[in-house]
Design a protein around this ligand. Sequence first.
Ligand code: GDP
Ligand code: MG
Length: 744
Amino acid sequence: MTASAEYLIALAGNPNCGKTTLFNAITGARQHVGNYPGITVEKKEGVHLFNGLKLRLVDLPGTYSLTAYSMEELVARDFLALERPQLVINIVDASNLERNLYLTIQILELGIPVVLALNMVDAAASRGIEIDAEELSRRLQIPVIPTVARSGTGKLELLEKTAEVAAENRSWKPLHISYGADIDPVLDQMETDIAGSDFLLDFYPARWIALKYLEADEQVINKGAEVNPELSSRLEALADHVAEHLQKTLETYPEAIIADHRYGFISAVLKAGVVHNSQRSDRLYLSDQLDQVLTNRFFGPLIMLVILYAVYKATFDYSALPVEWLNAGFTTLSAWMQTIIPPGLLQSLIVSGIIDGVGGVLSFIPLILFMFFAIAFLEDTGYLARVAYMLDRVFRTFGLHGSSVMAYIVSGGIAGGCAVPGVMATRTLRSPRERLATLLTAPFMNCGAKLPVFAMLIAAFFPARHAQMMFLLTIFSWIAALSMARIIRWTILRGPSTPFLLELPPYRMPTLKGLLIHTWERTWQYIRKAGTIILALSILFWALMTFPLLPDARKSQFEADRQQILSQLPEDTRTSLMQPGIAQDGLTREIAKASQRIRAIDRAESEATLQHSYAGRIGMALETLTQWSGFEWRTNVALLAGFAAKELIISTLGTAYSLGGADLDAGMSLSRRLASDPQWNRLRAFSLIVFIMLYAPCLATVTCIAKESGAVKWALFSLAFNTTAAYLISAAIYQGGLWMGIGG
Ligand code: GDP
Ligand code: MG
């Protein structure tokens, strides 16, 4: 043992067993959060110096098993197999020991030395459960240290034991369990074959590989087929044979038998004298009593609606003020930039390209903080699991999962959310297909940025039916999202729902510190990742709407018109009039009128510039297609801008219709302008509303989709799929309407 010896130690355990709490207790602030390469599962690392040893701790994702069903499980076992840690600290929840040991058994079968942290002994004790740690240690033949991660009890003993075992540098020694008369003989034969041909042995022990073939584990089988196709198919044949036999004799399959025997092993370990449970038989746990009400068939869903609505309302209400402050801050910053940078391209780039773009993203931060705090609270208390449990059946009909509901609601399921935290909320989903289907469909919900556009169009064309229209649009978005999910799950994400156990952990009072850590980790990721990409793309969009510049000849025509008005005014008022944002009240009537005329020329110039720009040209080129939905070039440019951020739809329509500044407040005058435009009518407005509801998510959301799904292709897919769907549906509405003679 040298003074500088460094050991790699993995922390493994079920979700919610206190892993993060223990990790933070040990590593303090010296931790590093990143992602596992190529995957968005969070990776936390920290170094702790102990008795001259350097312990490098890695917090593995929480898993119940080491199969290949979920991203977390794959990450956890790949880490163990490829990084080969010295030992695993396996954290188990003492109040739910049997369930937690299922993972322990699988780690032991891999052969890695394990130190068991018997956590939450306080919670167990308060429920009348006592565990004899020494006896458990004797039976499992591994060190067992009782801990209370929340208070730090047992931390020192755990570290001492860890350092001791790590320093021994033990080699891996896999645990052998009997899997019964049907499987054992085949398992032995496979093990011999594998060991004899040095097959994947760098990663896993022979018996473990054999088990994976029996469990039909795709990842291991694919890897095996690459390394040694001949042996791999022989092993597959053996596994198929066992599977057939089990089907015939017991009407079951190997995984079930394997799981049965693992649980059998666990109950043998726990039998007689390890677990003392003084209360189980005579009274219901508080948790169970709570569940009798909270998951009651009738009251459960009612209470759930109230809680979800409250969370939603609180999040948006409490964040409204800070969001306003940030917006005000950015407005001030813009104004200040306009005073220090002379008008021109540079000013336009900084104000419209950078500050507006990045400000749009950063002003979401309070909202995201509150939303993640609420989710962390629901998750850490255990209530989110109940919500998923109650809604699972409904959502399963659409190929989703009970946990999908939170993402939908956050995205605007109750009109006015935001798809960015919505997409990030899908992290609570553990089944990959359902998660992907959820994050691809959540943006169909009516987020807060779509609402002003809807409000403006409704005010113009359906003024008497404001509330009914909003309600109709909410229902419409749910129907759209759920049916798109169903379609996606029938086609590109085809396959049975992932077997994922919906277990109901006992209710627990979360700590503020834990909640804050969970909240901040997620928020920081949003800031760092969304921030950089969005900056780049908003500059790109600014360029599209600015270049090519209006030819000098036309610019000078506008300038000449302005000069002509100015020349009729007294000398000393001229310069002040040319500055934007000048106070109007101190001016004489004549000058105020002149100022208005100059602003009108400015706006006409903006409109001309927009029409001349690439975006304007794209808008016009798209008319051949979009005429089927009833959109002309102005609408098209606004929709293009809306892709950068939906808030931009109104302001761009305003520019395209030569409206600006104060005219645009709350979209009111735009609304009047459209209502009186003979080209516009109800049908066209409705078609546009539907298109905006369904088309490509905004940049921030698309960026998040790429990050959360771990693949750019899903971001591209959502762009193409949503826009195509929006186009087809709005065209059907518009053409159908024309055919029926509405609006023409
Ligand atoms: P993870 O999902 O495994 O990372 O679990 P967390 O560390 O987030 O903990 C889940 C919840 O259990 C949090 O509310 C913790 O405060 C709580 N917790 C963690 N350790 C203990 C413990 O030893 N006793 C009790 N009573 N609660 C704990
Ligand atoms: Mg955690």
